[in-house]
Structure formats: C-alpha cells, structure tokens
Design a protein around this ligand. Structure first.
Ligand SMILES: Cc1ncc(COP(=O)(O)O)c(C=O)c1O
Length: 425
C-alpha cells in the first residue's frame, strides 16, 4: 500500500473518498463491536469448566492438610496454592500470600496500608508530595490506584525492553518517589517482556526512599500464545543478589487462567515484607475463600498442569491475535501511518497512530458501532501527551467480529490521518 506521506493532494483526496465510502458502508451495518476491555470470551471460560466438578458433596471439602475448607481460618491460603504459585513465580512457598479473587484488590490494599501504616517507614499519608512512577503506556487501573490515594503520577517512557531505566534511575534519586508499577511479562498494553538488562537494573536501583517498592504485577506470567515462552528474569533473585530483597512486591492471579472475578490472587515478597503484610491481614479477615482455592488446587497439581491448561487458552486466543495483526498488516502495512506491537502472550496489542489522531480514531470507531479503550487511558490521568496510543483487546469478540472490528479500526485510522493531512495542505 502507498506511503500516505508520499501522496500528492489529488491522490490524498481520492484515497479519502475511497476510505470514506468504505467507512460509511460499515457504519450502515449498525455494528456492535467491543475491543475495549481485556475480558475472556465464554469459549475461554469454558476451558476451566471442570473446576465446578472438583469440589462438592461427592468429592469432599478437605485439602491435603486435612483442613475443612468450608470453615474459617488459613489466613494466607492453602498449602497447595502456595506451592503452585511458588512454582509459577519461581519463589519459595513461604513467600506467598494467597488471597481472594483479585490481585488488583491486593495491590490497592498494599498501597492503602502503605498510606495508613507505612512500608516499614513513616506512613505515606504523613508525608507531603509523594510520587509514583508509571511506565507508559501502562495499565489504567494501576495508575488509578495511586491517583486515588493522592500520589503524583510520573510517566516513564518505555521501549521494547521495558521502562527506560536511565529515566527510572534518575527519578528514584528523589526521596518523594515511593514506587513504580511494572507489568514485566506480556505487558498491558504493549505485550512486551522486560529484558534481562531492565530486570537487573530494576533490582539494583538505589532509591532515596528506603520504603520505595517495585509493584511487580506478573499478571501474564504463564500466558503464552506460542509454544516458546518469553523469558523473564526472576526479579526477587536479582534483588537478593543486589542486596535489595525488600524492593519488590510481586502479584499475580488466575483471573486469565480460570475465571476473572472468580480466580485466586497471590502476593509475594521477601520475608520482611511478608511478615509486615501478614501482620496486618489478621485484622482484616479471618481467612480467604478456601473453597475456591481448593477448586483450583484440585485441577492444578503443579505448574505443568497450568501450562497444559494455558495451551488450550492459547489455541483460542492465538487466532484472535493473528486475525487482528493480519488485518493491520494487510490494511495498514506500507501506509507509514501506524505501527503496532506483536505480542507472543498476554491480552493486548498496542497500536500507535500519528500524533494527535488517537482520540479521533476512537470517535470514528464509536460512530461505526465499535468500542475501543479510551484513547489516553494507558497514560496517567488518562492523558496521552501525543494522543497516539490505542490499546487493542482481541480476547472477547469472535474471529468474525474481530475481522469486522479490525477493518473498522483500520478505516478509522486511515480516515483520521487523511483528514489531518488534507487539512494541513
Ligand atoms: C496487568 C494487569 N494486572 C491485573 C489485572 C487484574 O487482575 P485481577 O483480576 O487479579 O484483579 C489485569 C486485568 O486485566 C491486568 O491486565
């Protein structure tokens, strides 16, 4: 396809007419498409249906320790799940706190506790002008947590290796900077995995704030689309080597393994951090939902079981990612007006359009019956200074819907850019 920047006025006008006609054709179809949130489809959830037969009257409610999971107790989770998460995260079982249904909830809670009771130092709420580092583009709900607690969000540029560590190393010299959000594997929304160099530099950080923490959200730790997995260095091991064991707090969950909203979440850290977190939990709860933990323990004996299960997910998700990427290649390739990431796992693709066009693309898609994640959502305060990034979530629609949605999206990108190019002539 022709490079849009090489077209003369006449050629641009002709292209705009063609694109408008096609766009109107889709608009007249009154579509109802959604590529906004990273939700699994019902096909993906069916993969875990066997979980509902794994606990019940016919099979009992006790775990391997003989704990009756119908009752109170077991503050930090069943041993089976500690072992499972430890294997997946390459940590020791005693480092794992198994929680409720949401890792985001554990992240919120950890920040809330840092605010009221500190992270081993003075409560954050007693300190003025605190800041949190937000690699961009990133996960809107992370940014929202720290914004909610009144921390100033500092964007950190990212590249194909992860956050720009030159920038991070400089920013952590400020003692007001208390932490950083990281999605180190198949990141949301880029789908990239942090390089060894980034993980090592992250582990070797020397923050001015003694209670600085890396919020290491390994949400997509085992969520490969292909047989060969991206390799992520173990942040905790690197931190120990660097003499910084207390730096990372690690999170994950089975939301995209079994059921979002009905999975099991985990938080993991150094012995010091685990003692601090568990010390507070006893005031918070008499124990998690062990029946749900037991359901998971019964279908996943070890990480190999989870990997085998994830292959079934990959067989559903991979064609969806490929349908979108193929449409981008066929419909935008060569135009020089868009670039996109090609993730090998996770839940998202990042699409970049020329500066100043992302919001217009979102609007054009909405007018044609297709919802995208709000342009800007991947940046602190919902503002992308370049108005360029769009997060694409291919997991929920069917392939047929994705093909239509991708065509609408590609047309919207072309439309928005042509409009701009023509208005600048
Ligand atoms: C990076 C990341 N972390 C956390 C979550 C939510 O996790 P949970 O369902 O465990 O709260 C998501 C959901 O999309 C995510 O993308």
């Amino acid at each position: 396809m022709a490079d849009y920047y090489s077209l003369n006025k006449q050629e641009l006008e002709k292209e705009f007419n063609d694109v408008s006609r096609e766009y109107e054709h889709y608009r007249s179809m009154h579509l109802s498409l959604d590529m906004s949130r990273g939700k699994p489809s019902s096909d993906s959830m069916d993969v875990s249906q066997k979980m509902f037969d794994s606990v019940g009257n016919h099979i009992g409610f006790k775990n391997i320790d003989g704990i009756d999971c119908r009752n109170y107790g077991g503050l930090d989770g069943l041993v089976e799940l500690k072992n499972l998460f430890a294997e997946i995260l390459e940590l020791k079982p005693e480092q794992i706190i198994v929680g409720g249904n949401s890792s985001l909830n554990m992240m919120f809670d950890t920040v809330a506790q840092a605010m009221t009771h500190g992270m081993g130092g003075e409560p954050w709420c007693k300190q003025e002008g605190l800041k949190f580092l937000c690699p961009v583009p990133g996960y809107d709900r992370h940014f929202a947590i720290t914004e909610y607690f009144g921390l100033e969000l500092i964007p950190v540029p990212s590249n194909e290796e992860g956050p720009d560590m030159d920038v991070v190393e400089e920013l952590v010299k400020d003692e007001k900077v208390k932490g950083i959000w990281c999605v180190p594997k198949y990141s949301n929304p880029e789908g990239i995995t942090y390089s060894d160099n980034v993980v090592k530099r992250m582990a070797r950080l020397k923050p001015a704030a003694g209670d600085f923490r890396i919020f290491w959200d390994n949400a997509y730790v085992i969520h490969d689309l292909y047989d060969e997995s991206d390799k992520l260095l173990n942040i905790y091991t690197e931190c120990v080597k660097a003499g910084n064991p207390d730096l990372p707090i690690i999170f994950t969950s089975t939301s995209k393994i079994t059921f979002p909203g009905a999975g099991v979440a985990a938080e993991a850290a150094s012995p010091n951090n685990v003692a601090l977190l568990k010390g507070r939990m006893k005031y918070q709860t008499i124990g998690p939902d062990k029946l749900n933990q037991l359901r998971h323990a019964r279908i996943f004996k070890n990480a190999a079981d989870v990997r085998a299960h994830m292959k079934k997910h990959a067989d559903i998700l991979r064609p969806k990612f490929e349908a979108v990427l193929e449409a981008f290649e066929n419909q935008l390739g060569g135009t020089n007006i868009a670039r996109w990431t090609k993730p090998r796992g996770g839940y998202f693709i990042s699409l970049y359009v020329p500066n100043g066009c992302a919001k217009r693309v979102e609007e054009l898609c909405a007018n044609a019956g297709m919802i995208l994640t709000s342009a800007g959502a991947t940046y602190p305060y919902g503002v992308d200074p370049n108005d360029s990034n769009l997060r694409i979530a291919p997991s929920y629609p069917t392939i047929d819907e994705l093909e239509k949605a991708s065509s609408v999206l590609c047309l919207a990108v072309k439309y928005a850019v042509l409009e701009k190019l023509l208005s600048n002539l």
